[in-house]
Ligand binder design. Structure first.
Ligand code: AMP
Ligand code: MG
Length: 345
């Protein structure tokens, strides 16, 4: 294994925390001249901002407000006023949707095709039967699971102008992409400001913002606690998303079930992976690809990643790590019990 040099980076270190907090925590923003740091709960996860530059505090508040709008007006499955909730309430009929949701449906459809169906935004009904992240999470009854799965497999979403029809019996769920989309929205806000550097973290997705800036991002140890990392990625301006089987899981009769589903079976993906971290310039894609690659597994993911110009790091159950070529020089392993398998490293 090649020894990586520890680079001195005047960057901040952000651990990719994918823990979802069930309780709402109060916004707690600390400000200093030209610097704004804080965290709150949005999109059922922790959103944290670290902004350096002119009017940092105001820009941070604008970023948080934009992510709140994205959740409430567009993506939330729990706020009745959102486009996604309206589409779900009217499943089987055409419903009006905002332009962002229309465009996300198109992008998800593309990924559904390119991933051979591994990525499917219509699995919300199946996820609901499992109840991941709720007090009542349990293995669903076969008949109910099959019904929800058949609807998701057989149906096709139709878009006509600004209206959408999802197949009856299905539930549209942007859980696999929403946090990455929030990073894209945050970038739009930052671009309108004079801020030179920012790190916006939305659950398992992170936006690293600032031309010419360098950042060090911790890759979470899937077998450890939320602030335990197996190493760090040294990156420039980009987006980073992680999907892991350690998140939203429960144990029943000695077997653990997690929230990333195999669209063929409706059961949690059962492969040799613990997590997939994707690095790419687009937040939607980093988030969508991390989920898709987790479902596909290492080998089948490679062509998909190449097609989208994305890089990824895979952590396996046996503590092996594989990554695409573009990350080999960026990744610094910090855990002796994990092994990097790539090429000459
Ligand atoms: P992520 O943490 O980004 O990998 O997203 C996982 C979430 O995506 C789950 O909690 C579900 O809401 C949703 N999901 C689960 N399985 C799939 C799948 N095969 N394709 C698309 N979305 C999925
Ligand atoms: Mg995702």
């Amino acid at each position: 294994m090649k020894k990586h040099k520890i680079k001195k980076i005047t960057a901040i270190c952000v651990c990719i925390c994918v823990t979802v907090f069930a309780v709402i925590i109060a916004a707690d923003f600390l400000s200093a001249a030209g610097e704004y740091k804080g965290s709150t709960t949005l999109m059922n996860t922790v959103v944290s901002v670290d902004i350096r530059g002119k009017d940092a505090k105001q820009v941070g508040a604008d970023v948080v407000s934009q992510i709140g709008k994205l959740e409430n007006a567009s993506l939330s499955r729990f706020s009745a006023a959102s486009s996604v909730s309206k589409i779900n309430a009217g499943a089987g009929t055409f419903c009006q949707a905002d332009s962002l949701v229309i465009s996300l449906i198109g992008r998800c459809e593309e990924l559904f095709e390119k991933s051979g169906g591994a990525f499917s935004p219509l699995l919300g009904g199946v996820s609901d039967l499992w109840g991941f992240g709720t007090q009542t999470a349990a293995v669903p009854a076969d008949d109910k699971l099959n019904m929800a799965l058949t609807a998701a497999k057989d149906g096709k979403t139709e878009v006509v102008s600004n209206t959408v029809k999802i197949p009856g019996g299905t539930v549209l769920d942007f859980g696999a992409v929403g946090k990455g989309v929030a990073c894209d929205e945050a970038r739009d806000v930052l671009k309108k400001s004079d801020v030179k550097r920012a790190v916006i973290s939305v659950g398992g997705s992170i936006l690293l913002y600032g031309e010419g800036q360098s950042f060090s991002v911790g890759v979470r140890n899937p077998l450890g606690s939320s602030n335990d990392c197996i190493g760090t990625l040294s990156l420039g301006e980009t987006c980073v998303s992680t999907s892991g089987s350690y998140e939203r899981k429960f144990t029943q009769n000695g077997k653990t079930y997690h929230h990333i589903l195999n669209p063929e079976t409706g059961y949690p993906v059962d492969n040799d992976l613990l997590s997939v971290t994707v690095v790419c310039d687009d937040g939607f894609l980093s988030d969508a690809l991390s989920t898709a690659c987790f479902v596909l597994g290492y080998e089948k993911s490679l062509s998909l990643l190449e097609e989208y110009g994305a890089q990824a790091l895979f952590v396996f159950e046996n503590k092996n790590i594989r990554m695409t070529d573009g990350l080999v020089e960026s990744f610094e392993l910090s855990k002796a019990d994990f092994t990097i398998l790539n090429g000459d490293v």
